[in-house]
Design a protein around this ligand. Structure first.
Ligand code: GSH
Length: 202
């Protein structure tokens, strides 16, 4: 498989999950700024949506949308328990998290990274995200990971978007559960491997 990614972008989530899965894959850098690969290939020709992540399967089929990609990977290695079994209530709980992270967190950050966004509009997005993260913090009380004691693919996604807070001026220092979660995630070998491969960690 190939994972099209950009360093530190939301593609870090499936990148972590691939490393947790132990499956063979090749990370392929796709710039979110130029929309070109390192050899100059037009990324729009690979993913017409222009964004990362994109997973290319061994049969050449391409799968987009982070929350779906991570579930696909998890389902290839059920013994690793990266996601609860399909059809169970626990799986819907996982999807509830993935959907929350993608729509209420991830896409709330996008305007803050957009240079065209007016400075005076940014506090609106920062405050909304700070509220949402405060709620996430409350949900992590007494838990190691979003789903309980065990890591799931939703944790890779939460870790990825929370790591953006420092870049956009959102202070999460008071959110003790969320900070403990971030430290727990950073200690996972798969997270360290993915971050190193993306040049985010030495
Ligand atoms: N709905 C997509 C959104 C992906 C997305 O927003 N990717 C960003 C990086 S975090 C990107 O590649 N932006 C560049 C662009 O949209 O051209 C998903 O959840 O996978």
């Amino acid at each position: 498989m190939k994972l099209y990614y950009s360093p530190g972008a939301c593609s870090l989530s499936p990148h972590i999950v691939l490393r947790e899965s132990g499956l063979a894959f090749e990370p392929v850098l796709a710039s979110t700024k130029t929309h070109k690969l390192a050899d100059g290939t037009d990324y729009y020709g690979i993913n017409p949506k222009g964004y990362v992540p994109l997973l290319e399967l061994d049969n050449g089929e391409r799968l987009s949308e982070g929350p779906v990609i991570v579930q696909y990977i998890a389902d290839q290695v059920p013994a690793k328990k990266l996601a609860p079994a399909n059809g169970t209530m626990a799986r819907y709980r996982l999807q509830e998290w993935l959907n929350f992270i993608t729509s209420e967190l991830h896409k709330g950050f996008s305007p803050l990274f957009n240079p065209a966004m007016a400075e005076d509009a940014k506090p609106l997005f920062r405050n909304k995200l700070a509220d949402r993260l405060k709620w996430v913090d409350s949900q992590l009380a007494g838990k190691s990971y979003l789903m309980g004691d065990e890591f799931s693919v939703a944790d890779a996604y939460l870790f990825t978007v929370t790591s953006w807070t420092g870049y956009v001026g959102i202070d999460i220092s008071a959110l003790a559960n969320l900070n403990a979660f971030m430290a727990r995630m950073k200690a996972r070998p798969a997270v360290q491997e993915a971050m190193k491969a993306e040049g985010l960690l030495k």
